[in-house]
Design a protein around this ligand. Sequence first.
Ligand code: HEM
Length: 337
Amino acid sequence: MTSVGKILRLALGAWAVVLLVALAAPVQAQQQPNSVNPTALSVKEQQLLQELNRIQGRVTIPDARSGVLEQPAGRDWRNFRDVTLRWVGGIAILGMLAALIIFYLTRGMVKIEGGRSGRTIVRFNAFERTVHWMTATCFIVLAISGLNITFGRPLLIPLIGLEAFSEWSQWAKYAHNYLSFPFTIGVIVIFLMWIGGNIPNKVDVEWIKRGGGLVGDDHPPANRFNAGQKFMYWVVVLGGGAVAVTGYLLMFPFYTSGIEGMQIAQVVHSIVAVLFVAAMIAHIYIGSIGMEGAFEAMGSGTVDVNWAKEHHSLWLEQQKARAAANDARSAAAAPAE
Ligand code: HEM
């Protein structure tokens, strides 16, 4: 009887142990995720990166390139985008603004020295002005939406919050993508319609030597475009060309290059773009508040003859000679009375 009792006690004890283990198991399983050590995982990732130089796996979607999770150049690129670019862009744009404010406060608006003559001459025709303003409007939207990509997060999120920032950034990105097309067309047309007047020559050397008339009240002779404008023209053509090509590489990823090529495209695109914006701020200044009588060239299309005499004397002479030749031709063609 005692041995039967012993066996029963043993069996009950064993049953109790099994029950306890079975009950404890789900609890342990539930605790499992909390017991994962995230640092231990990242240490493994770091080791992998050190040993293989990149973290890459296999993916089931058709594009096998998405299997690259980490690669060393990615860190350099991120550092460029988050740090270097912000410094270069900030210094170029704010530096240009500061320089122009100082220039305006010390030099003031460049006046028409001889005063207005009251006679005007056509400077840009309707087609030229339409192309200019179409390209300029696109450029301004592209510049604001592009700067939002670089500076928006640190500058705007604290001001307007995450939700408003993401809504605005989405529209800004649409604008940036779609306006790139008319902007590119504008740059190509500007290249073709004004190339004739923008080849550097020795008149430009003299103009530069005399400080372009910005210092003092000198008026060095200039053709239709002076050396400063020729510089701006080439900034638009070459800078616009560079941002367009690199922009399309980024807009259509992986068509022509791998991830490294796209990183280079982004670096070129963003650096050229911020310098381009700084240069255009100077252009906008001199085409508006910086010089009396300049804006109307692109506004109504005509300028005062005294303005033309002071800033584009050689061009004015050419226009007068052409007009005189036309008059003579039409007088000769007119029937004698
Ligand atoms: C609000 C913005 C702008 C204003 C007020 C402005 C004003 C002007 C004016 C007045 C001229 C004629 C200068 C002259 O008669 O000699 C001009 C020319 C020109 N503009 Fe603009 N512009 C603006 C934006 C832009 C932008 C964004 C671009 C290109 C992306 C651009 C490209 C050009 C080019 C290539 C010329 C001919 C070369 C030159 O005069 O520098 N402009 N602009």
